[in-house]
Structures are given as C-alpha cells and as structure tokens.
Design a protein around this ligand. Structure first.
Ligand code: DGY
Length: 346
C-alpha cells in the first residue's frame, strides 16, 4: 500500500473531520492534507455516512459522539491515526486500534482549568440553589424574603472529597484552598504532588463518601469505573452531601441516582454528564429540583474548545506527515505507524 499513502508517496495525506471545526483548527489540517469533512457544527455525522466517508482517509479527526470501533476500522482500511477532540476516549476501542497499529491521540491539558471552573460552577450552583432561585423568579414564586427560603449549604469551610485526582482533580483542589475547605481524595494511586501542594489527604473510597460534604467524580470511564456510584454508595453519603459528576455518565448508575435524589441522600447533585447523551425535558433528572443539570459543558469556552480542536488537528497532521504528535495515547501504535509508513497489513 506504500505509495497510496500521502506521507510515503509524496501526495498529500487524506484527512476526514467528523464535524465542522473552528476555522483556525480546520486550517491546520487544510494546510497539510486533502480534506473532507462533515459540514455541520451541531449534528454528528450519521453512522452510514461516516463509514462511507472514512473509506479513503489516512487519518480521521473524531469527537466523543463518534464510535470508533472494529466496524469503523474495517470501513477505514487506510486510517493510521484517529485524533479525538477530547481528553476522554471511551468512545474509542483502544485495544482494537492498537492491535491494528492505528495511533490514537487526545487533547489533555488545554481543558484542565476550564473544566475545573465548571466543576466549581456546579458545586456552587447546586449547594446554593442558584437554578431553583432563578426559576422561582421566572415562575413568579418569590413571595417575600423569608428566613429559610431556598436555603442551601455552605461551600466555604466544608469538606471536599475528590474521586479521581488527575489534572482536573488537582485544578479543582487548588481552587478549594481559597474556600478554606478540608480536602481529601481517592484515586487508583496516591498522588504525593497533590498532597504536598494542597494538603489533600488520601482516603478509602468508602471513608471519603461518608465524610465529604462535596463528592466530586472525575475518574475516566473504564471497565473498572463503570457503575462506580450506585445505590450503596449514595446511601453512604451524608444527607447534606452534594454529589458532582463531571467525568462520564456511565460512571454513575443513573436510575440509582434518581432514586437517591428523590429520597434526599445525597441532598443534591450537579451533573454535567449522563448515561446516554443528549437528554431532554422528559428525563427523570429534569423533574428533580435537587439536580442541577447542564449539557456536557465542562470544556465549553470559546478559547478552550478552539484550543482542543486545534490540538486535535495538530496531532492528526503530525501523525500523517511524519512528525511527532503531541498527545499519543498508544505510543506503540504510533511507532508502528511511523515505521511502516502506512503500508501495514491488517
Ligand atoms: C473531554 O474532553 O473528555 C470532555 O468530556 C469534553 O471536553
């Protein structure tokens, strides 16, 4: 197959973008590749169209709404790199990519602070009932200032328990220092740097659930974390606890969470992610006043989404032009892709 391939044969590599991207990012790809793209910013490319469109692609820039699995790889026989525009890559069958020598890249770092801000927005909005308050005004339900009207719980001086202490968890912990919080965390491994910088103390999962006023979930979705929070875990939380999930929906057993919120333990939840996205007004969580729900907005600022798209584009182009992609996920596949110059067999 060498010679069909841009990098090997001198022709420009072919890239497919599964969504309309900010122009800055698009230009990065267009400058180095022959470009095809799904021309909508808001609607994912339909599966049939995706499978047709990737047939000739040497590399594909994907979003978390695209399933990259064996079927995708079968449909994309020339594909050497999948550049996912997200730090998470649970939409990708990493094992299948690696087996076939296809590089996966992601977009870490550029979204860390923005996502930590969103976690804090959820913590504050949920604990202080901001959305309920705003809805009350819009529904003409603000009778008079009353001693206990829409009272919530203090963030300042409370205990924050982080489940998952990677880059975003660390950024959340730094902000907690300004709120005089006691910090604890649970993670696969202890994180001495986090402990040294913020004074966070390591806790068993169970102890963290029992002791924290705010429980913030930031673990990646893996076989081990799928369904991590269910009825038993919610029952361990304080009746005044606020649970926040800004990781991935399936880390939580959503039906259990709905039931737990109906019973009032935890007291409330702030959620950026859901088991099956998107959700709408008919979702059971939408009927619960103690659920603050937002549509997967963790990284959603103009600057950060542009940076993510541009970084994904740079990863794609580097992998297709013999450069060094900034964010390889499966390095072995990268080396294979580079040395075979696209002539790998499947
Ligand atoms: C990610 O990057 O994984 C987020 O969920 C989207 O920013």
């Amino acid at each position: 197959m060498a010679g069909d391939n841009g990098a090997a044969g001198g022709a420009r590599p072919r890239a497919y973008l599964t969504r309309a991207l900010p122009e800055e990012a698009r230009q990065v790809v267009a400058a180095a590749c022959d470009l095809a793209e799904w021309n909508s910013e808001s609607s994912p490319v339909p599966r049939d169209e995706l499978l047709r469109a990737v047939h000739d692609a040497d590399g594909v820039l994907t979003l978390l709404t695209d399933r990259v699995d064996e079927q995708f790889l079968d449909a994309a026989p020339k594909c050497r790199v999948v550049a996912n525009m997200a730090v998470g890559y649970d939409n990708v069958d990493l094992e299948a990519l690696t087996r076939r020598g296809v590089l996966l890249t992601n977009t870490p770092d550029v979204l860390t602070e923005t996502t930590a801000d969103l976690v804090w927005a959820l913590m504050l909005a949920t604990a202080r009932r901001i959305v309920e308050g705003s809805d009350a005004i819009r529904a003409n339900a603000w009778g008079a200032w009353s001693p206990m009207f829409l009272t919530g719980y203090d963030v300042y001086g409370s205990t924050l328990g982080l489940v998952g202490a990677g880059r975003i968890g660390t950024a959340v912990a730094r902000r907690a220092q300004g709120f005089g919080m006691t910090l604890c965390y649970h993670n696969r491994n202890r994180v001495p740097a986090l402990e040294a910088e913020t004074g966070a103390e390591y806790r068993s999962f169970e102890r963290l659930l029992r002791e924290s006023d705010f429980i913030v979930c930031l673990v990646p979705l893996t076989e081990q974390t799928c369904g991590l929070f269910g009825a038993a875990e919610f029952a361990m939380m304080k009746p005044t606890a606020v649970f926040v999930n800004a990781a991935r929906g399936p880390v939580v057993r959503e039906a259990d969470l709905v039931e737990a919120l109906r019973r009032g333990r935890p007291w409330a939840a702030g959620l950026d992610v859901f088991e099956r996205e998107p959700i709408g007004a008919d979702h059971p969580l939408a009927a619960l006043p103690n659920a603050t729900i937002v549509p997967h907005l963790g990284s959603a600022t103009v600057r950060t989404r542009t940076a993510m798209a541009t970084l994904a584009a740079r990863n794609l182009v580097a992998a297709l032009t013999g450069g060094k992609p900034p964010n390889p996920v499966n390095r072995a596949a990268n080396q294979a892709a580079q040395t075979s110059e696209g002539s790998k067999s499947r």
